[in-house]
Design a protein around this ligand. Structure first.
Ligand code: Z5A
Length: 229
């Protein structure tokens, strides 16, 4: 998992990705509760202890990250708000802090991390959505993660019209959510393209269905990936 090869990480790093409104946060919490509730070994593989399972997110998991999140997501009605390149750098700064202060230390201690968004969001939103240079984004992601790669990234795939409708039910949109439908369509295409490019790391989850149905699909994928004989 640690491409720098310096120390072996014994924990598991599982990321939930997808368009806003796809049900990612709902499923991530359900998945966390499901992991917490089980303690027995499955097919001879030990289940993580409840105290060793962590829920986290990007942006905003650290003290600095909370401030960055506010800057990144608070809507502004002026033209001198956050520019696209500044936005990219702020997401990278949030990630660098998160990786060093939370993710790497926990993974080194053998914890299981369940994370709401990570590097693929930057490629999808700032790369495909904003049209910023892909090589620059890969570079910044690589600096921010310092070699850390997820063991599994679950892409919750929901048709754009459905995710927009679900999000709309929740009321006021944040700064990113306020961007136009063409932007969100490019973001969706970004996630689809990443899933095709990295089939080993990114697994598509059909997010169309009831909360229970989607939760069961996720559990099946995780059992196959980490608890098969
Ligand atoms: N961003 C970025 O641009 N670059 C980056 O590098 C990173 C992030 C890391 C973070 O926003 C924003 O930052 C995000 C990308 C950008 N912005 N956008 N746009 P956030 O963390 O505040 O929120 P979000 O990640 O966009 O997620 P969300 O808006 O909270 O939505 P969600 O997590 O995908 O969905 P949800 O909250 O679980 O569900 C949405 C609604 O649907 C809710 O009312 C649920 O009750 C309902 N729901 C959920 N599941 C179902 C099912 N199965 N059926 C029916 N209804 C359902």
């Amino acid at each position: 998992m640690d491409r720098s090869g310096q120390k072996s990480m014994t924990g598991k790093f599982i990321v939930f990705e997808g368009a806003d409104g796809c049900g990612k946060t709902t499923q991530l919490r359900r998945f966390y509760d499901w992991l917490q509730a089980k303690t027995f070994p499955l097919n001879g593989n030990p289940w993580p202890e409840p105290s060793q399972i962590w829920l986290t997110k990007e942006p905003g998991a650290t003290s600095l990250g909370k401030t960055l999140r506010q800057i990144l997501l608070t809507p502004t009605d002026t033209d001198d708000g956050v520019l696209p390149t500044t936005e990219l750098l702020l997401y990278a700064a949030d990630r660098a802090q998160h990786v060093q202060q939370v993710l790497k230390p926990k993974l080194l201690q053998g914890h299981w991390i369940v994370c709401d968004r990570h590097v693929d969001s930057t490629v999808a939103y700032q790369g495909f959505g904003r049209g910023l240079d892909r090589a620059l984004i890969e570079n910044l992601n690589s600096i921010a993660t310092a070699g850390l790669v997820s063991n599994l990234t679950l892409w919750l795939d929901l048709p754009l019209e459905l995710s927009q409708a679900r999000r709309a039910h929740r009321g006021e949109a944040d700064r990113m959510e306020q961007l136009d439908i063409a932007f969100h369509r490019r973001v969706y295409e970004g996630f689809a393209s990443l899933a095709a490019q990295y089939p080993e790391r990114i697994v598509r989850v059909d997010a169309n269905g009831s909360e229970n149905e989607v939760a069961e699909r996720i559990q099946t994928i995780v059992i196959e990936r980490f608890f098969s004989e």
